[in-house]
Design a protein around this ligand. Structure first.
Ligand SMILES: [Zn+2]
Length: 376
């Protein structure tokens, strides 16, 4: 066995010791670790010493003991590393900060009026990023990287935003933008990152389909422990499933797509109002808006049902619409169940846990996942 294999094997052992502490709800002693992992005490001592040295674990105190010397307890250090995610929209930047425990530690929205990915935007982005780091007292050496997400089709290998109708972008290079950021960068679509946040932070590890309802309608599927991308990176393009032959025109140029019926813009900007105003008017009994909403929810039920029939997994609805859907879920679920030949209810549909912050959190979590899997 060569030395590269030996060091990789040693790393994997260290990773196992770390993960046992990381995944444990309670602090553990070296003896408990040895039992749990079926490793010898000298092996545990050596790996614990390395992990302490790396600042990834810490002692929490002594275990209550009925006799003998109390054993020192240890746990993973949540703030040993950080990652930042940023959702870029046409008029705002949403920053989210996470650590190794994967929750949202801080969130900040800043408004802008700059043309996306021009020189002034790139500079503005970096200055806002540095401010966010300073405001949260993050040591830069502990920052794993910065995830970027936006509503559009991204080609990361070419550093290109290929097509992003909500941002008015087509074939725009983001190379200069990425080069300007002095940290590792990961760029992806916002529906992918929103779905990743839901899936990665769900301890069940079940496969999910994530349906993102916003200006655009998109999604992502996470199957058997990983994202399923498809042959052309277009898996989860639920927004362009045809649900009405020759129906309403869609931003993609075709007709009858789910997006044409269930985008947030259909019930906001297209009607000259905000989502807030739409739902306020709806609750006051506006009949015209009620008709539009009935049509919206009917088509949403068809879309959800089709996803269920194709994938037979849990469906999580996210995007900016998800927070407004709370009071409408019982009706949506009744309509989905009415389509379903196999189930009497639709307990497989739920709303996103991280509705407002899912996209920036998810893109930051890619760095955390890589760190936990490969760098410890
Ligand atoms: Zn379409």
């Amino acid at each position: 066995m060569n030395s590269a294999n030996i060091s990789e094997r040693r790393r994997q052992t260290r990773n196992k010791v770390y993960r046992a502490l990381y995944d444990s709800q309670e602090p553990l002693s070296k003896q408990a670790l040895a039992l749990k992992l079926d490793m010898s005490l000298p092996t545990i001592y050596q790996n614990v010493a390395e992990l302490l040295d790396m600042g990834l674990i810490e002692y929490t105190g002594a275990q209550n003991s009925s006799g003998g010397r109390p054993a020192m307890q240890m746990r993973a250090v949540a703030n040993a590393r950080y990652a930042i995610g940023v959702f870029i929209s046409i008029d705002s930047l949403n920053f989210a900060l996470t650590n190794l425990m994967c929750g949202v530690l801080a969130f900040k929205e800043v408004r802008h009026k700059l043309p996306l990915f021009g020189e002034s935007f790139n500079q503005y982005f970096c200055s806002q990023l540095e401010s966010f780091i300073d405001e949260n007292n993050i040591e830069r050496s502990k920052l794993l990287g910065v995830g970027i997400c936006l509503s559009g089709i991204i080609q990361p290998e070419n550093m290109l935003v290929f097509y992003a109708p909500p941002l008015n972008l087509r074939n725009v290079s983001i190379k200069a933008f990425i080069d300007n950021i002095p940290y590792p960068v990961h760029v992806e679509n916002d529906a992918n990152s929103g779905g990743f946040a839901e899936w990665f932070n769900d301890s069940s590890g079940e496969s999910i389909a994530f349906l993102s309802l916003a200006w655009g309608v998109g999604g992502a599927t996470f199957v058997n422990g990983d994202k399923f991308s498809g042959a052309n990176q277009r898996s989860g393009e639920f927004g362009h499933m045809c649900i009405e032959y020759n129906g309403r025109p869609c931003a993609c140029g075709k007709r009858g797509c789910l997006e044409a019926y269930c985008s947030s813009s259909r019930i906001s900007s297209e009607l000259g109002m905000t989502l807030e105003e739409f739902f306020t008017q709806l609750s006051l009994g506006n009949r015209e808006l009620q008709e539009i909403w009935d049509d919206y929810i009917k088509h949403l039920a068809i879309g959800v049902h089709n996803i269920r029939m194709a994938l037979d997994c849990r469906i999580v609805i996210g995007g900016e619409m998800s927070s407004y859907l709370v009071p409408h879920m019982p009706r949506l679920c009744r309509m989905v169940a009415a389509c379903d030949p196999f189930a009497a209810d639709c307990d497989y549909v739920s709303l996103a846990k991280y509705s407002g912050v899912g996209a920036p959190l998810g893109t930051a979590l890619h760095f955390v996942k890589d760190f936990l899997d490969f760098n410890i």
